[in-house]
Design a protein around this ligand. Structure first.
Ligand SMILES: Cc1cc2nc3c(=O)[nH]c(=O)nc-3n(C[C@H](O)[C@H](O)[C@H](O)COP(=O)(O)OP(=O)(O)OC[C@H]3O[C@@H](n4cnc5c(N)ncnc54)[C@H](O)[C@@H]3O)c2cc1C
Length: 473
């Protein structure tokens, strides 16, 4: 028997890969009565509009993207995929909110060659200066420091800080440069300059690392048609729903309302307290958030528990709003707000532009809080407070004076891990501890090697492959 902990996309995909590789007797334990974790799509009864509570778009590129599309194909979900091609306004137009104004981010070479507000000069000068800026040799650094040092304060303040809010709701002054820019950081460390390093390593000539994983019809189509991101008809929840049906059909036992509360490692066996049962298994794959796994094994493995517990998570408030008619004056994916603007929102997604719905409704999602949740909302705010804040921000920034026809408010507690400076060293120590102590435990999920759905699914595939390699040798 193999026990998988957690019924988010990480746990469900671990169960899927176990079964795909011929493993029988797979048991999945989920604490709540819902499978999918943070992935949740709600159809608003009043308006018929779909609200995404958590993730909504997935990137098709890179080995992670290709791997997810292979999963989609295997689950027969091809017909449900809705691609946003790179020519679509939602792919081309992304905005940032600076000093009470919305600015389109430069997306073309032209945009880099000429001065485009809010930047004080053409960005090309920042790139030229980068070549002559001395390197700072260090093991790790914050992504903010790195970009400020190499490309200037404006790029760090306006673009990178906003991007980090959009990707992990975090503070770019704390997040490791390796989270997004490990290749660029390595180039600085080795060649003294990002651009010089990229030139010398052939980065500009040979961009593709995508061949390391098998491509499929769907990933080839994504490449040919130049998809920027994709979504699923009926919402992203279609994915965990399909994974659940698949693994159940193939014989996995899925236990809802069954939190794992204790793990005890013995000789070639683990006993897991799951709900009111004691399961004895050869191996555990944990897709729990690292800080949730920590207390389960603290009794026997304090050092490991301390490392897991020190990965911090932030809380995000999500407010979905729907307005009657087309009330947006801009077409695009949405806008992000850098923390320097001191606003309680991280950004707003223009869902109705992405979904290309008819023009009789405008749907927006306001993301709030993250690293600054307590600063703006306190530790236990009422949902009403988030709703009124979201409506007033949308009114002020997008000039929408109408009352929303419908809304949905959720507070996603501790939902996104923060890969702060030193994160990757910590992850090495965690994985080495498990290996050195030969624990029958594998880790997957968003706490370790990437916070997006693609990363999570690939982490489960790798966890299963490593486990099968060890057991077959
Ligand atoms: C607001 C938001 C927007 C996002 N947008 C995007 C996006 O657009 N694109 C993208 O790619 N990614 C996005 N992400 C990231 C993506 O949602 C996550 O990477 C992914 O959902 C994490 O999956 P997981 O299985 O690792 O963890 P989770 O979803 O956290 O699943 C863990 C599961 O474990 C269960 N559990 C907890 N404790 C126990 C226990 N003791 N025993 C058993 N079960 C337990 C939980 O109930 C949960 O079901 C977003 C995330 C958030 C929060």
């Amino acid at each position: 028997m193999v026990v998988v902990l957690g019924g988010g996309v990480g746990g469900l995909s671990a169960a899927y890969y176990l079964i795909k590789n011929g493993k029988q007797n797979v048991v999945l334990s989920e604490a709540s009565n819902y499978l999918g974790g943070w992935v949740k799509s709600i159809k608003n009864e009043k308006t018929g509009v779909l609200f995404e509570v958590g993730p909504r778009t997935i990137r098709p590129s890179g080995i992670q993207g290709i791997n997810t599309l292979a999963l989609i194909e295997d689950l027969n979900l091809n017909d449900k995929v809705k691609a946003i091609k790179s020519s679509h306004p939602a792919a081309k137009n992304r905005f940032i909110y600076i000093d009470k104004k919305l600015y389109a981010l430069p997306t073309s070479i032209k945009g880099i060659l000429r001065k485009t507000p809010p930047f004080s000069k053409a960005l090309i000068f920042n790139f030229i200066k980068e070549i002559f800026t001395p390197a700072k040799i260090c093991e790790d650094d914050s992504i903010y420091n790195f970009v400020e040092r190499r490309f200037g304060k404006e790029l760090a303040d306006y673009i990178v800080s906003a991007m980090i809010c959009g990707i992990c709701a975090g503070d770019s002054k704390e997040i490791s440069v390796k989270f997004l820019f490990s290749t660029f950081f390595e180039a600085e460390q080795k060649y003294g300059s990002v651009l010089k390093g990229m030139y010398k390593t052939g980065f500009f000539r040979n961009k593709s690392t995508e061949q390391k994983i098998e491509s499929t019809n769907l990933s080839n189509k994504a490449k040919q048609e130049r998809w920027s991101v994709w979504m699923l008809d009926g919402g992203l929840q279609t994915l965990p729903d399909a994974l659940t049906s698949h693994v159940k059909e193939k014989g996995a036992e899925v236990m809802l309302n069954s939190p794992c509360t204790h793990l005890k490692f013995g000789n070639n066996e683990v006993s897991c307290k799951v709900g009111n049962k004691e399961l004895h298994t050869d191996h555990v794959i944990s897709s729990l958030p690292a800080n949730t796994l920590a207390p389960l094994l603290r009794e026997q493995h304090r050092i490991l528990a301390d490392e897991l517990a020190s990965i911090n998570f932030v809380t995000v408030g999500v407010v979905n709003l729907v307005f009657n008619g087309n009330v947006l004056k801009l077409d695009g994916f949405g806008f992000l707000v850098p923390p320097s603007q001191e606003l309680p929102i991280l950004g707003v997604i223009f869902d109705s532009c992405c979904y290309s719905l008819n023009n009789d409704k405008t749907t927006l999602t306001v993301m709030m809080g993250g690293k600054w949740f307590n600063k703006y909302f306190g530790s236990n705010p009422k949902e009403e407070f988030l709703l009124t804040t979201a409506i007033s921000q949308v009114k002020g920034i997008l000039d929408i004076n109408q009352k929303p026809e419908a809304h949905n408010v959720v507070i996603l507690r501790d939902c996104i891990p923060q890969y702060v400076i030193g994160h990757y060293k910590r992850i090495d120590r965690i994985f080495n501890y498990i290996k050195d102590n030969r624990l029958p435990l594998s880790l997957s999920g968003s706490s370790y090697h990437g916070v997006g759905l693609n990363d999570v699914i690939l982490s489960s595939r790798k966890a299963v492959n490593n486990f099968l390699k060890i057991t077959s040798s």
